[in-house]
Design a protein around this ligand. Structure first.
Ligand SMILES: [Zn+2]
Length: 68
């Protein structure tokens, strides 16, 4: 097998694909994402986007329900 490597949980630090800067973990969205302080990009692992979307959809439905 080749061409596919799994990232170790202990070595999660990544470089920004856009500017190669070292990315920082950011948990403000409720899940841990990788944030680039240089270009302000946010990069998600598989499953993180789904978690954020799920939370966003729930929040949107709740806000619509409050409208009268
Ligand atoms: Zn960047």
């Amino acid at each position: 097998m080749s061409g596919h490597t799994l990232a170790s949980p202990l070595q999660r630090r990544r470089q920004c694909p856009a500017c190669q800067w070292e990315m920082l973990p950011d948990g403000r969205l409720g899940v841990e994402v990788d944030y680039c302080p240089l270009c302000r990009g946010v990069w998600l692992d598989g499953g993180e986007l789904e978690a954020i979307v799920a939370r966003t959809v729930v929040a949107a439905e709740q806000s619509q329900g409050d409208r009268r």
